[in-house]
Design a protein around this ligand. Sequence first.
Ligand code: DQA
Length: 141
Amino acid sequence: MKVMLINGPNLNMVGVREKDIYGSKDFNDICEYIKKEAKIKNIDITLLQSNVEGEIINFIHKAYYEKYDAIIINPGAYTHYSYAIFDAIKAVNIKTVEVHLSNIHAREEFRHKSVTAPACIGQICGFGEKGYVLAMEAILN
Ligand code: DQA
């Protein structure tokens, strides 16, 4: 099972940014945790991060051309307004799970709406980095 995990803008700043919301574990530690959990689950995982919308779209296209079985994506703030990422997920027709570290529904109003989630098979939010592992389980199931 080949899975591409994409983190969007500002997620590389986790551990520095708003620790009360995102926790104090830094991004590299989260990546190591994900890789370890993927190995246990026999998932061949590729971790990607970009702060640029177009690069994220290129990653999604790459998942198609390189025959990935699934995508896990945390689009960061693009979640709330990127129709281009929505279109990219729809275009490749690869099962995709959206993940958010924080519970976006318990935060500011503008975070309550995800324009990208309707292109996904489901959304997991509010469970910190464990959400990425739950997404892997969802894909395996
Ligand atoms: C986030 C939630 C978004 O609203 C925010 O813009 C982020 C992180 C999360 O993981 O909780 O950058 O996607």
